[in-house]
Design a protein around this ligand. Structure first.
Ligand SMILES: *Cc1c(COP(=O)(O)O)cnc(C)c1O
Length: 350
C-alpha cells in the first residue's frame, strides 16, 4: 500500500498545502491561555462535545444532534468509513479528487471504485449515474469545491448523486467558505437533512487558519451522527481542543475578512494566469490548478530553485503536467507570479 505523502522542502514561499497565510486573531490566543488555566486536567473531557457541537449547530442553523466533531475532517472521514464502509462494502469517488477519500476507504477494508471527470475536470451527470448503478456503492464521495481541481460541484450533480446513490453521499466541503455554494444551506433550507442520507464535512484547517489545531466536523442526519458515535473512540477530543475550538467560533467576522482577502487575491492571481503561458482552471477554493504550456517539464523544481513551493500533481491520475498553487499573502502571490513568469513566459498572442 502506498502511503499518503505531501512532500515538504525548504522554501520561503510555501504554497503547497492550502493552509491560510494569515495568523489567528491575537485575542483568540488570550482565549487559549485562559482555557489552559480552566481545564480540569484530572478529569476526562465532555465525551459528547456538547458545547462545541451546540456552537456549530447554531452557526449552521441545524440541531446539535446533526453535528459530529473530530480531530480534523480526516478523522471525520475515517469514522464515517469505519461506520459505513469496511470489508465487503464499496466506496465510489470521481477522479481526480482528494486522495484521502479512497485512501482511507481502502484502509477501512472497502473496495474503491472510480468514476472519471471529463478532460476539463467537470463531472458528467451520466457518469455519476453510471457508476452508482453499476457498483451500488455504500458510500459515494463528492468534493465541492473539488481538491485539487478547484471546481464547485454544480447543484444538479449533487442532486443526481443523491437521487441515484443507494447509500450515503458524502460532500467534502473543506473549502466551501471560499465559494458561494454549500449543501448545508440547501439541506437546512429545504428541511431535508434528517430525511436524507447526505453528510457534509467541514474543517477548521483552511478558512479558520487552524491547520495546527486538528479540528473538523460533519453535518449529518441525527441517525448517522449516532452511529458514528458508536464507532469513534471514547474521549477522542481533548478538553483543551473542545474549549479553544468553541472560542474560535467567536471570531466569525475575522474569519470572513480573511476569506474575502484570499478570494480577492485569487482573482488577482487569475488575472496573472490569463497573461502567462499556462492553462488553468476556475477555482472556488483557496488554490488554483494550472498546467505550464506548451510543455514546461521541471517547472516545479524551477519554482523550488526560486524558493517557491507549490504542489506537484503531475503524477496523479488525469493531472499530467499539472501543479496546484495555494493562494498566499499578497507578497507571496507576487513572488510566485514573478518566479512563474520567469519560467514559462508570457502567453503568445494568437
Ligand atoms: C485540506 C482538506 C481536508 C482537511 O483535512 P483536515 O483533516 O481537517 O485538516 C479535508 N478535505 C479536503 C478535500 C481537503 O483538501
Amino acid at each position: 500500500m502506498e502511503k499518503y505523502h505531501s512532500p515538504q522542502v525548504d522554501a520561503f514561499v510555501r504554497l503547497n498545502t492550502n493552509e491560510s497565510p494569515f495568523p489567528v486573531p491575537a485575542q483568540w490566543i488570550d482565549d487559549v491561555h485562559r482555557a489552559v488555566d480552566s481545564v480540569a486536567w484530572n478529569r476526562y473531557p465532555d465525551r459528547s462535545a456538547r458545547a462545541l457541537r451546540e456552537s456549530l449547530a447554531r452557526r449552521h442553523g441545524v440541531s446539535t444532534e446533526n453535528v459530529f466533531v473530530a480531530n480534523g475532517s480526516n478523522e471525520v472521514l475515517q469514522t464515517l468509513l469505519l461506520t459505513y464502509a469496511g470489508a465487503g462494502r464499496t466506496v465510489a469517488t470521481f477522479e481526480p479528487t482528494y486522495q484521502l477519500h479512497s485512501h482511507i476507504a481502502r484502509i477501512s477494508g472497502a473496495r474503491v471504485v472510480h468514476g472519471n471527470r471529463k478532460p476539463d475536470f467537470s463531472l458528467d451527470v451520466h457518469e455519476i449515474r453510471r457508476v452508482l448503478k453499476e457498483h451500488t456503492p455504500h458510500v459515494t464521495f463528492l468534493c465541492s469545491p473539488n481538491n485539487p481541481t478547484g471546481q464547485v460541484e454544480p447543484r444538479g450533480n449533487v442532486d443526481a448523486a443523491i437521487a441515484s446513490a443507494p447509500g450515503l453521499v458524502v460532500v467534502d466541503e473543506a473549502y466551501a467558505e471560499f465559494s458561494n455554494f454549500s449543501m448545508i444551506d440547501v439541506l437546512r433550507d429545504e428541511g431535508t437533512l434528517d430525511a436524507g442520507s447526505v453528510v457534509v464535512t467541514r474543517t477548521f484547517s483552511k478558512t479558520w487558519s487552524l491547520a495546527a489545531l486538528r479540528l473538523g466536523y460533519a453535518i449529518a442526519p441525527a441517525e448517522v451522527v449516532a452511529h458514528m458515535n458508536e464507532v469513534v473512540l471514547p474521549y477522542h477530543l481533548d478538553a483543551l481542543k473542545l474549549a479553544i475550538g468553541e472560542a474560535a467560533l467567536g471570531y466569525v467576522d475575522e474569519m470572513n475578512a480573511r476569506v474575502a482577502g484570499i478570494v480577492s487575491e485569487r482573482e488577482r492571481l487569475v488575472e496573472s494566469f490569463r497573461r502567462l503561458n499556462v492553462e488553468f482552471w476556475d477555482s472556488g477554493a483557496n488554490f488554483i490548478l494550472f498546467r505550464p504550456l506548451p510543455d514546461a517539464p521541471g517547472t516545479w523544481q524551477k519554482l523550488v530553485d526560486r524558493s517557491v513551493l507549490v504542489r506537484d500533481c503531475s503524477s496523479w491520475n488525469g493531472l499530467d503536467g499539472c501543479l496546484r498553487v495555494t493562494i498566499g499573502s499578497r507578497t507571496e502571490n507576487s513572488s510566485f507570479v514573478e518566479a512563474l513568469t520567469d519560467i514559462v513566459g508570457i502567453r503568445p498572442s494568437k
